[in-house]
Design a protein around this ligand. Structure first.
Ligand code: TAP
Length: 485
């Protein structure tokens, strides 16, 4: 594949006020950490964006103490209506600073600007708006059984998030926690800390009382120090199944509650009666959105045998129109892979797919010489035991399998340790309802894919984790209810 030199648009630097170094956000202020620092880079160019403090266990302790004090003295005493105003104000400021947030997200993460601008930032702000509305209604939401005390917050929540949707995952975590009266210490992923630090500035701008939100940047060790801190009441984690299992083990037998949003290997199921062109758009969105760095990505296409050749033909034709390259170009469809490590992981699994006998087709396109890139790829002749069909690739790689009957589609879709999401493409409403009932997946989309809405609970079955985020169900994870209250 040929390579070309690419330089990001210079005006992008004017939109964000990028500092050369960033501290931790503790008790309402940016402070130097007591540990070392690490650099965050632009994955599209490999250029350093900034140095960022690596929070030590001592720094995490300071953040937890600040969160505890804010919880006891201010936040848990405030009325829901007052708390709601702060959450609402945060949402408004996020909208006002949307351009800055979107550019910074694309610089640090590598995702196309049209996605950060049209999906990540507005959906993150929507999450704060939605939860602002809940803050003064928790008593009336039927969360506690009749006759029992009203729901109460848990206290200090430790939150650890991944790099694929840095701002959106932050919103999924912080908005419900604040609305329900908890205070927060959040650790963003090491490769994407910058929008969380800009969010800290937004908290200052919103006059959020000091200590209600604290951001501790760092690597896995910082996350582990937060998880293991004895004064944290709940852990909310999104990330890999392996780390999720380690967290569950480490907090077993403690007072800590946990919600875990983990990996996935979703089936996107296309029946012969589906509107094929719409389904192809759904397949493309399902796997190439955000370079496939999506926990609920439709990474396994299950297509009915009678239309399989036609669907793959139209899919490959459509894939040739995808523009891969500069994340800050508004016409880009597929941006940079977030890190060298992730690129290596994708490459290893794609090599394994070829070695195991699946047929690989990669879009012919030029890729920049520097940075981390992977062209959209599809595997056909895939069997259920191939690694590309069983392991989460977390990249722009689709595996195609076929089926004859709805029963076979269900069996193949459920043949995975994961259970986060699934998609169904058919004209038959009764089949959609039957399939949705049979599929062991927390979210089932019908004739669409990758739709996110703060009103709708999201979460997994099996090794995709437990607990729900979003909607009324998501509030429960942050409250003591019934006899517990
Ligand atoms: P992980 O390696 O699990 O990292 C997630 C977060 O945990 C990062 O902030 C990471 O820090 C931190 N971490 C690493 N080791 C830790 C430990 N021992 N204790 C506490 N925290 C620790 O996952 P990732 O590679 O960032 O993200 C990709 C995975 O997340 C995929 O499997 C994907 O499916 C899953 N994901 C799931 C969802 C939902 S909603 N289910 C959404 C997005 C992503 P560092 O970044 O510094 O390593």
């Amino acid at each position: 594949m040929s390579k070309f030199e690419y330089a990001p648009a210079p005006e992008s630097r004017a939109i964000v006020d990028l500092q050369s170094s960033y501290g931790l956000f503790i008790n309402g202020e940016f402070v130097d950490g007591t540990g070392s620092s690490f650099k965050t880079i632009n994955p599209a160019t490999e250029e350093k964006l900034a140095d960022v403090s690596e929070a030590s266990a001592d720094d995490v302790d300071k953040a937890v103490k600040a969160a505890r004090t804010a919880y006891t003295r201010v936040w848990s005493r405030m009325s829901g209506a007052e708390r709601g105003k702060y959450v609402f104000r945060i949402a408004r400021i996020m909208q006002e600073r949307a351009r800055e947030l979107a550019v910074l997200e694309s610089l640090d993460n590598g995702k196309p600007i049209k996605e950060s601008r049209d999906v990540d930032v507005p959906t993150a702000a929507a999450h704060f708006f939605y939860h602002a509305g809940w803050a003064d209604k928790l008593e009336y939401a039927g969360l506690s059984p009749a006759g029992s005390p009203p729901p109460r917050p848990l206290g200090v929540v430790g939150q650890v998030i991944p790099w694929n949707f840095p701002l959106l995952m932050l919103a999924w975590k912080i908005a419900p926690a604040l609305a329900t009266g908890n205070t927060v210490v959040l650790k963003p992923a090491e490769t994407t800390p910058l929008t969380a630090l800009l969010f800290a500035e937004i908290c200052q701008q919103a006059d959020l009382p000091p200590g209600v939100v604290n951001i501790v940047t760092g690597a896995g060790a910082t996350g582990q120090a937060l998880v293991e801190h004895p004064d944290v009441d709940k852990i909310a984690f999104t990330g890999s199944t392996d780390v999720g299992k380690a967290i569950a083990r480490s907090i077993a037998g403690t007072r800590k509650r946990a919600t875990l949003e983990l990996g996935g290997k979703a089936a996107n199921i296309v029946f012969e009666d589906a509107a094929i062109d719409q389904a192809v758009e759904g397949i493309v969105n399902g796997i190439f959105f955000n370079q496939g760095h999506v926990c609920c990505a439709g990474s396994r296409l299950l297509v009915q045998e009678s239309v399989a050749d036609e669907v793959v033909r139209r899919l490959e034709r459509r894939m040739k129109t995808l523009r891969v390259g500069d994340p800050l170009d508004k016409n880009t469809d597929v941006g940079a892979i977030n890190s060298k490590a992730q690129l290596q992981r994708i490459t290893e699994l794609v090599d394994a797919g070829e070695a195991e006998g699946a047929t690989r087709w990669t879009v012919p396109c030029e890729l920049p010489a520097r940075g981390f890139w992977f062209a959209p790829t599809v595997f056909t002749d895939v069997s259920q035991t191939h690694r590309v069909a069983t392991e989460e690739i977390f990249g722009p790689v689709l595996s195609v399998l076929t089926f004859r009957t709805p029963q076979e589609a269900v069996a193949k879709a459920n043949n995975t340790p994961y259970g986060l999401s699934a998609g169904i493409w058919t004209e038959k409403g009764s089949r959609i309802l039957w399939m949705a009932d049979q599929l062991k997946a927390g979210v089932v989309w019908a004739n669409t894919f990758n739709r996110f809405d703060p009103t709708s609970p999201f979460g997994g079955y099996k090794e995709s984790g437990y607990g729900r985020e979003g909607g009324r169900h998501g509030l429960e994870a942050y409250l003591r209810t019934g006899v517990d209250a």
